[in-house]
Design a binder for this molecule. Structure first.
Ligand code: ADP
Length: 234
């Protein structure tokens, strides 16, 4: 069931919303692919359809047409249970706000998705520790989110997103709540992790400087995905 070397591919994806009598077209033949270990910036104005695109790529929403391939598997028409399993196992999400569980430690937050996926306590703890060390927050592993700085919380959230070794990492303004210095630091950690793990990363951001540091940038125009030349925007 493979379909080339990409980790994420959207093929002529359509998404429309009914608006009274009218039909609002958000995605109109959206096509792109992201290779393993590739980092792509999604830069588009508010309302252009970034969240819609991330939700469809993340199997949270179904397209009205076209197909989403995750590691070569067609996922748009999978039945619900299989889609949910695929989402848990194959896709990691990072949001602007960390959404860590407040009553659990950093370590436990990174363990939980692995436990849900069926891993044993010991293995999950081991991997969580490795990831937190990799993100340079190993010494903070026993702290709860409220005891961590914004940058540390976000690094835990990134570690959690890749805990199950997903093929695809989707991020929505992952450094949007951070000051520029911390944002750069968290972005560097994210980049290192993408390169090291070979996950395909699609990262929505309004920050052109961060976007320029990724492999390439794309935007949405008339419901289609087009390359974005950041040189023209800086
Ligand atoms: P972005 O994330 O780029 O700001 P969205 O994907 O959230 O954009 O939304 C794109 C457009 O689709 C917006 O105009 C929004 O109002 C509209 N939209 C989003 N979700 C719905 C919905 N469930 N019903 C109707 N319109 C929606």
């Amino acid at each position: 069931m493979t379909d080339g070397p990409h980790s994420l591919r959207l093929d002529r994806v359509e998404r429309h919303y009914a608006q009274g009598e009218d039909r609002l077209t958000i995605l109109d033949g959206a096509d792109f692919e992201i290779m393993p270990g590739e980092m792509v910036a999604l830069v588009a104005p508010s309302g252009a359809g970034k969240s819609t695109l991330l939700h469809i790529a993340g199997l949270l929403e179904r397209p009205d047409g076209g197909e989403v391939y995750i590691n070569g598997e067609a996922c748009g028409t999978l039945e619900d249970a299989r889609r949910t399993a695929m989402r848990r196992q194959a896709i990691g999400f990072v949001y602007q706000f960390h959404h860590l569980l407040p009553e659990f430690s950093a370590l436990e937050n990174v363990m939980i998705p692995q436990l849900i996926a069926g891993l044993g306590q010991k293995q999950a703890a081991e991997r969580a520790r490795q990831l937190l060390d990799y993100m340079r927050i190993g010494p903070r592993a026993s702290h709860r989110p409220a005891e961590l700085s914004g940058g540390e919380q976000q690094r835990v959230a990134i570690a959690r997103a890749v805990a199950n070794n997903p093929y695809v990492l989707l991020a929505d303004e992952p450094t949007g709540n951070l000051d520029p210095h911390t944002s750069g630091y968290v972005f560097d950690a994210l980049t290192a992790l993408v390169r090291q793990s070979g996950v395909a990363a699609l990262i929505a951001t309004h920050n052109h400087q961060l976007a320029a540091r990724m492999d390439r940038a794309i935007t949405l125009e008339g419901g289609k995905i087009v390359p974005l030349d950041l040189g023209a925007h800086l």
